[in-house]
Design a protein around this ligand. Structure first.
Ligand code: MG
Length: 376
């Protein structure tokens, strides 16, 4: 048996809203169709993939999909499926047909369909209806439908290729799914276990639901930052955006806000985008005496441009003096305002180094920071 999969992505998806058809809208870092294709691309039982697209859709929509043969679909779902069937590689004996708007299909569902095809001409996943079903008219309940033996159909729907081709050729009119076409030709179609998560993205609310269900696949990144500035003459230090009176000042090319520099470098680190020195070279006179929020805002902007949200920040200042406790809340608020975060996602804390080393001798202040970025 050689099994190919057809992903039908030629629909217009008007009910979901948005500028482009729903299957090409983004869900996290990839299009819905790309998510829908990946389990087939990864499955050892699937030899090749055919992606059926709408002839009017531009090719950059499917730039992030797994490797597939791209075929132009027809005016109806049935015509698109037939175009996909005609394009299957020679030697294909079984086909799984999947809707590109179901991004949460699992390897387990594909397994179920494939094993049922060993003993049936067709097989498709479904979940039993558990809600009570009503008949209604003009906003009133007019009757109750017995839900025994009722199922909600899902995809992928799998078939032996030869009988399905024959069924499509003799079926006139459109069909909402391939099981309908197969059954009209008298094929035996087994019901296998679907999954409540295998939803079809149809309405605007389905995007958020799919994103929640996909939560375990979030792209999570951690970064750390470390910085040191030495003391020199002066009467205050800038720490995490707060001016703290002190008998000396921190020296540096900018305002020497060692805490904010550590936080900024943690963001650059999480993104794999170098450090402050790379983005704001000390050799460039325009950054002399610069306020450090410029650096932090730049790093936050880079993260946002790549689709990341900052989940939390933890910054530790290492010094004997000044005492940080009285300024902790103000530092959290200052960082929160610059980063556009709730203050409860920010931690600023301090430790001494037990009079050991350069911080213990009060020659300077060190700061370390850890940050988490999340792309849903
Ligand atoms: Mg620095």
């Amino acid at each position: 048996m050689t099994t190919s999969a057809i992903i039908v992505a030629a629909g217009r998806g008007t009910r979901a809203g948005g500028e482009i058809p729903k299957q090409w809208q983004m869900l996290g870092s990839r299009s819905i169709a790309a998510h829908a294709m990946q389990p087939f691309a990864d499955h050892p039982g699937i030899a090749s993939l055919v992606l059926v697209v709408h002839p009017d859709d531009p090719g950059d929509l499917w730039r992030d999909t797994p490797q597939a043969q791209i075929i132009a679909g027809g005016a109806t779902r049935k015509a698109s499926v037939m175009a996909g069937l005609a394009a299957l590689p020679a030697g294909t004996t079984q086909v799984l047909i999947h809707d590109a708007a179901r991004p949460l299909v699992s390897a387990a569902i594909i397994d179920h369909v494939l094993s049922a095809l060993e003993t049936h001409q067709g097989a498709a996943p479904a979940v039993a209806v558990t809600d009570t079903l009503w008949h209604g008219a003009a906003g009133h309940v007019t009757g109750v439908q017995d839900r025994t033996n009722l199922y909600r159909a899902q995809t992928p729907q799998g078939f032996h290729l030869a009988p399905l081709l024959a069924a499509h050729q003799m079926h006139d009119g459109d069909a909402t799914d391939d099981v309908g076409v197969a059954r009209a030709a008298g094929l035996d179609v087994a019901i296998v276990a679907g999954d409540e998560s295998n939803i079809k993205v149809t309405t605007p609310g389905d995007f958020a639901r799919a994103a929640r269900l996909m939560g375990q696949d979030m792209d999570i990144r951690c970064g750390n930052g470390y910085d040191v500035h030495r003391f020199g003459p002066g009467d205050h230090v800038w720490l995490c955006g707060v001016k703290v009176p002190h008998g000396r000042s921190l020296q540096g090319h900018s305002d020497a806000d060692v805490g904010m520099h550590a936080v900024t470098d943690a963001i650059y680190g999480a993104l794999g985008q170098g450090d402050i020195g790379q983005h704001f070279p000390p050799s460039d006179p325009q950054w002399k005496g610069a306020e450090s929020h410029i650096f932090l805002r730049h790093a936050v902007g880079l993260a946002q441009a790549q689709g990341y949200k900052i989940s939390n920040v933890d910054c530790t200042l290492v010094c004997e003096y000044p005492k940080i406790g009285p300024h902790q809340a103000a530092m959290k608020s200052a960082l929160a305002a610059i980063m556009g975060l709730d203050a409860d996602r920010i931690s600023v804390k301090a430790t001494t180094s037990e009079r050991l080393g350069f911080t213990g001798r009060e020659e300077g202040i060190a700061a370390i920071a850890t940050i988490t970025l999340v792309k849903p």
